[in-house]
Design a protein around this ligand. Structure first.
Ligand code: BES
Ligand code: ZN
Ligand code: ZN
Length: 496
């Protein structure tokens, strides 16, 4: 998709379609929508007065041009109430319109920049939001159908009459990097388990490293054994596909000792192990590497944007299956940290593989940690599909990650990690157990990981609810969402 700047008003642009905006507060069209309305002999006005166009958020009305303007279609797009409109809502509204436009075969699209957004926000941020809206909303998941004919948008014109070219270019560049990193994560999380095995995930990481000039190290079984990474080794034993520990690094601030460690759960398929999951919806567990996908997407963007900071990414990748050598409930594992873990539930495998990765990130010099994981069904019970669970052992670091998420337009909500919860992860026969039954399941996961971060600040993001969307919704086409990618990029840009 190519982005172009036009100084022409949209009413005179010759594209397949143009997007203009309307809000709930106004009885008549404003700005660019008004010019188009005039050219269309007030047809938009009459739909507004008949109540067919209300301007509510997510509403998209497709009109023809009746031969009055050069563009063939007009998409009147609702932004909701003006005092509630923010960059997140703008992104979602643009995404709905772009997806509809693409579905009807539009290849060349023109977009207006809502005047009151430019007055309220930094112009680069507004342009970034529009670009993200189009590129995220029109994303189409990879298909294995043999007769697929993709309808793809080719050119998008952004109509800006006053802003300098440099502002346009900065907004386009950032929007594209953020959106394409998210779409890369979506692609990875959507791939079937038989295609995206741990070694294939490692190959994908290698491609990103080569493209962006990042260092990469990939541990195969022998090196995992040499290092005593018995958590990752144990979980992977039920599968014929061997595990990998994937390590990417970017040193953009050699003068600084601060290192951001990003850890992503890379379980390429989670059957639950011997305590097997029910059959229904088990297919969705191909996405149990969405945390790894988020970290890889973010590293792709970091490699491109080259912020002044140091970042290492660690991805424990494996499958959790039921083969004859599978780990058992009751087993005790000695993790890389030296801490022993009693396996209470083979389906609580994520925290076991993350434990080794967190300890290794510390060993490599990470001074602040964030892990991203589809860790618990319990977080979905607590927060649904809209919000990721955030847990931390350090309020200041937690605040920083929340700030990055807010700027990125992603939702996180903190769950507590009070000392009293520590009892939930204590075992009678080992240092820790990986599960303690039902209460506060998401917090149990966080408390377990906290034991491996020790005194290094850790934020744990449980994205089990946000990693995938059950329907087309704003910037999220149905399926893998790329949750947390944009938060991690923002975090890296602010780090150092
Ligand atoms: N991968 C799952 C968590 C999950 C659930 C991700 C729903 C996405 C959607 C994880 O490995 C798991 O199975 N967790 C168990 C933990 C329990 C056994 C303590 C769970 O949540 O039931
Ligand atoms: Zn599991
Ligand atoms: Zn899992």
């Amino acid at each position: 998709m190519e982005w172009k700047l036009t100084r022409e008003p949209l009413a005179s642009l010759a594209a397949d379609a143009i997007i203009v905006f309307h809000t709930e507060d106004r009885e008549s069209t404003q700005g660019c929508a008004h010019e188009v309305n005039q050219a269309l002999e007030y047809r938009i006005s009459s739909l507004i007065s008949e109540g067919e166009i209300r301007g509510s958020l997510g509403e998209v009305t497709i009109l023809h041009n009746w031969g009055k303007i050069p563009s063939k279609r007009v998409l009147v797009t609702g932004l909701g109430k003006e005092d509630k409109t923010d960059l997140r809502r703008l992104k979602n509204a643009v995404a709905e319109a772009a997806r509809k436009a693409q579905a009807v075969g539009i290849k060349q699209l023109g977009i207006d920049c809502p005047f009151y957004m430019i007055e309220r926000y930094n112009s680069v941020d507004v342009i970034q939001a529009i670009v993200e809206g189009v590129e995220l909303g029109s994303y189409q998941h990879h298909s294995y159908k043999s007769d697929i004919k993709k309808k793809e948008m080719e050119v998008v014109w952004l109509s800006l009459d006053e802003l300098p070219q440099s502002v346009f270019e900065a907004g386009i560049e950032r929007g594209q990097v953020f959106a394409r990193a998210t779409n890369l994560a979506r692609f990875l999380a959507h791939e079937p388990g038989n295609y995206l095995t741990p070694d294939k995930l490692a190959e994908q990481a290698k491609q990103i490293a080569e493209k962006r000039g990042l260092s990469i190290d990939i541990f195969t079984k022998d090196r995992l054994a040499e290092h005593g990474m018995n958590g990752l080794l144990a979980v992977s034993r039920g599968s014929a596909n061997p595990p990998r520990m994937i390590i990417l690094s970017y040193y953009g601030a050699p003068d600084s000792k601060e290192v951001l460690g990003l850890v992503g759960k890379g379980v390429t398929f989670d059957s639950g192990g011997l305590q097997i999951k029910p059959g229904a919806k088990m297919d969705t567990m191909k996405g149990d590497m969405a945390g790894a996908a988020a970290v890889l997407g973010a590293m792709d963007a970091i490699g491109k944007l080259k912020p002044h900071c140091n970042v290492i990414a660690i991805i424990p990748a494996c499958e959790n299956l039921t083969g004859s050598d599978a780990y058992r409930p009751g087993d005790v594992l000695q993790t890389y940290s030296g801490k022993t873990v009693e396996v209470h539930h083979t389906d609580a495998e994520g925290r076991i593989v993350l434990a080794d990765a967190i300890s290794y990130a510390k060993r490599l010099g990470a001074t602040k940690l964030v892990d991203v994981a589809t860790l618990t069904g319990a977080v979905v019970v607590a927060l649904g599909y809209e919000t990721a669970g955030l847990m931390t052992n350090d309020d200041e670091w937690g605040h920083e990650v929340k700030t990055a998420a807010r700027i990125a337009g992603e939702r996180v909500w903190e769950l507590p990690m009070y000392d009293e919860y520590e009892a939930y992860v204590k075992s009678e026969i080992a240092d820790l157990k990986n599960d303690a039954g039902s209460p506060a399941g998401a917090i149990q996961g966080g408390m377990f990981l906290k034991q491996f971060a020790e005194d290094t600040p850790l934020v744990h993001l449980d994205i089990a609810g946000t990693a995938s969307s059950g329907k087309n919704n704003g910037i999220h086409p149905k399926g893998a969402t790329g949750s947390s990618v944009r938060t991690l990029i923002q975090l890296a840009m602010r780090f150092g």
